[in-house]
Ligand binder design. Sequence first.
Ligand code: F6R
Length: 249
Amino acid sequence: MVIYVCDDYGKMSEVAANQFAAHLILKPNSVVGLATGSTPEGMYSELIEKYKKGEISFKNVVSFNLDEYIDLPKENENSYYTFMHEKLFDHVDIKAENINIPDGNVKDFEKYVKEYESKIESVGGIDLQILGIGKNAHIGFNEPDKVFLKKTSVVDLTQSTIDANSRFFDSIDEVPKKAISMGTGSIFKAKNILLLASGKSKAEAINNMINGEIDPQIPASILQLHSNVVLVIDKEAAELLDEDTYIRV
Ligand code: F6R
C-alpha cells in the first residue's frame, strides 16, 4: 500500500486526479470503477479540467459505479446517477453506452445484481477502482458485518451511514435505507485501487483500515491484502498514522 499525504482537500484532489489521468494515458480504454460522495468531487473537477485541456479523454473508457440507492428515482437530485452526470459525465467525452450505474429501481434485483457483476467480468474486470471510505470504514456500501460481502448485492444501510448521508436530504426520513452495492469481493478484484479520504472524521477509519485486524467489522481492512492500493489522503485523515509509513506530497 502506498500512502500519499497531502496538505488539504485541494491538493488531495489534484494528486488523485494525476493518478487517475496516468491510468487513462497508459490505457485509454481503461475500465474504471467510480465512487460518489463528497470526497471524489474535487478529483472529478480536476479531471474535467484535464479533459478540457486535451490531456485526457474518456472516449474509450468504460465505467462502473460502486453503488446506488434503492427506490430513489434516477432523476432525483440525490441519486448517484444524477451525481455522476453532474460532477463528471456531462462534462467529458465518455459514451453513454459505456456508463454503468446500478439501477435502484429494477423489479428483479436478484437477477440484476448478477448481471451487473457479469458485465464487469465481460469487459475484463476493473483496471482502476476509485474508493472513498465511510466513518465506519465502509467501502461502497459494504457496511461492518460478520462476513465480507462477496458480490454485488442489495444491502441495508447502517444508521451511521443514513445519518452521514442525511446532509444531502431535506429530512432524515427521506434517506433511502437500502442500496445496491458492489461487494467487497467485487471491489477486491480490481487490478488497481485508489482510495481517497479527507478530514479528521475519517482518521480513525483510515488508521483501522491500515493498522487494524483484517475484519469484516472494518470492511476496508481487506485492502491490506490487495497488492495495488494507493491511498491519497489529507493530513487530517492521516493524523493517527506514523509519519514514516507515508509519503508527504
Ligand atoms: C459512494 C460510496 C461510499 C462513500 C463513503 C464516503 O459511492 O461508495 O462508500 O465513498 O460513504 O462518502 P463521503 O466521500 O461523502 O465522505
